[in-house]
Design a protein around this ligand. Structure first.
Ligand code: ADP
Length: 458
């Protein structure tokens, strides 16, 4: 059936050639011409098929059905393969994009350990370059441990090794065999993880150490109190003296619980406006016990702006900063706590004529105490970090005060700044921007008044 058209064409040519041949008396030539015409037509179709075969992704142009049938089947198969390969390429591109964003280095190696491919993280962590393709990974990353690890080629093996490119970094490598002769090596930066693990270990060691000291005192006292042979006066006086170490244990546990809560509970969506002058006044009252005289602390609150925050947490900021200022000050030197409007630039304390929306209000605690040397400033908010351990012990405190302050301020979109000079004193301050404040309208009026007064004077 498929050759119907050719048969019909041949018959037509025959029907034409026979009468013409008979009429002209040259039947042989007529039949010869008809055959030539038929071959010409087939040749024409063959050329079309040939042109299509050179570019088989275009639809075949053969008008003749049998020739068309010859091309259309491979053409359709090619189209199906094309769709499949497009889908495959899309998937491949998705996988490649995924591999590219992975923060870990992914390197594909052939059976001899030569680099076949790698992602962006591999360029960053292992300094691999495009020109390294085809080179052995061990020759590029020259770390003895890593080279041995690659040579052994154990599936799913893990190795931690110092980065040969950055002495401060620790890398972790894993290797997997993916196909019979291929390996994937994953390398990640473990520096931060190790730092956190060390921090946790240190933290546990510090907590144990801090608790052991007062517990040793308590158990020593209790032994004497339980000893009938000891004079009653002594045993009674020891019961009184138990208050101090027990208080210390309680403060430490309270601070630890507060820190844990600060880290684990998210800020509520709805926050209450907290009146800072009131809160500061209450905090000053609480720390009066540490002051040498009632007038050692000066309160300087000139802003009525309220902080959108958690009152108890802001209160602990004030109490911690004030108690530090008192504890690290020589007898009777002044301590000042202030709540004042400053301009948007947090490094300047000058009052500005900005609109309320750009206002910043600063909480500052200033003392004229022992001060802190510059090399300690960046570490004093670490848990249990003390500038002078022995001194801190005699002055009291849990070593967690500034860590709590830092966390609370972070939760209130602020941060702790410190400037200090040894022997002259310290200033601890934090700024609250308009986004965290309410009742700023009155402040902007105050600013405008001050600005117009300044202009008048000028
Ligand atoms: P601590 O309970 O030991 O005071 P903090 O976290 O409150 O712990 O403070 C950490 C360290 O920072 C203190 O041990 C002290 O060395 C130093 N420090 C804090 N505040 C002051 C201050 N106002 N003046 C001098 N040093 C301070």
């Amino acid at each position: 059936m498929k050759f119907t058209k050719e048969v019909v064409t041949a018959l037509l040519l025959l029907v034409l050639a026979v009468p013409i041949g008979l009429a002209t008396g040259a039947l042989g030539w007529a039949l010869f011409a008809a055959t030539l015409a038929w071959i010409g037509l087939q040749w024409f179709e063959f050329r079309k098929a040939q042109t299509w075969a050179a570019r088989p992704l275009r639809p075949p142009a053969n008008a003749n059905r049998s020739w068309y049938a010859l091309s259309i089947t491979p053409y359709r198969m090619l189209q199906r393969e094309r769709v499949r390969s497009r889908q495959f390429m899309t998937r491949l591109r998705e996988v490649m994009a995924l591999v590219e964003v992975i923060p870990d280095a992914v390197i594909i190696l052939n059976e001899t350990g030569e680099i076949e491919g790698f992602n962006a993280a591999a360029q960053r962590l292992l300094h691999l370059k495009e020109s390294d393709r085809g080179i052995g990974l061990a020759a590029v990353v020259r770390s003895p441990d890593f080279v041995t690890f690659l040579r052994e080629g154990v599936n799913n093996a893990i190795l931690e090794f110092p980065s040969p490119f950055d002495a401060d970094k620790t890398l972790e490598a894993r290797s997997f065999s993916v196909e019979e002769n291929r390996f994937v090596v994953l390398v990640r930066d473990n520096t931060e993880l190790n730092r956190l693990l060390t921090m946790r270990q240190n933290f546990i060691a510090n907590v144990s150490h801090e608790l052991r000291t007062p517990l040793t005192v308590v158990s020593g006292y209790l032994e004497t109190i339980a000893d009938d042979s000891q004079p009653d006066d002594l045993r009674l006086s020891l019961i009184d003296r138990l208050t101090s170490p027990i208080g210390r244990i309680r403060s430490l546990v309270d601070d630890l619980l507060l820190l844990t809560r600060l880290e684990s509970t998210p800020m509520p969506a709805e926050l209450d406006p907290v009146s800072m002058p009131q809160l500061i006044s209450n905090a000053v009252q609480e720390v009066q016990g540490l002051a040498h005289s009632r007038d050692q602390i000066t309160i300087n609150c000139t802003s009525n702006a309220k902080v959108l925050g958690i009152e108890a947490e802001l209160y602990s900021v004030c109490v911690n900063l004030l108690s530090n200022a008192l504890r690290y000050s020589q007898e009777g030197t002044p301590v000042e706590i202030s709540w004042q409007l400053v301009d948007g630039d947090t490094t300047s304390t000058e009052v500005a004529s900005d609109a309320a929306s750009q206002s910043t209000v600063r909480l500052m605690v200033k003392d004229a105490g022992v001060g802190i040397a510059p090399e300690h400033l960046h570490r004093i908010t670490e848990r249990f970090y003390r500038v002078d351990m022995a001194d801190a012990r005699t002055r009291g405190g849990t070593g967690l005060g500034l860590a709590i302050v830092k966390h609370v301020l972070r939760r209130h979109n602020s941060e702790l700044h410190v400037s200090s000079v040894v022997g002259e004193g310290s200033e601890f301050y934090c700024d609250f921007t308009a986004a965290k404040l309410t009742d700023l309208a009155a402040e902007s009026k105050l600013l405008d008044n001050q600005s117009s007064q300044a202009h008048a004077q000028a």
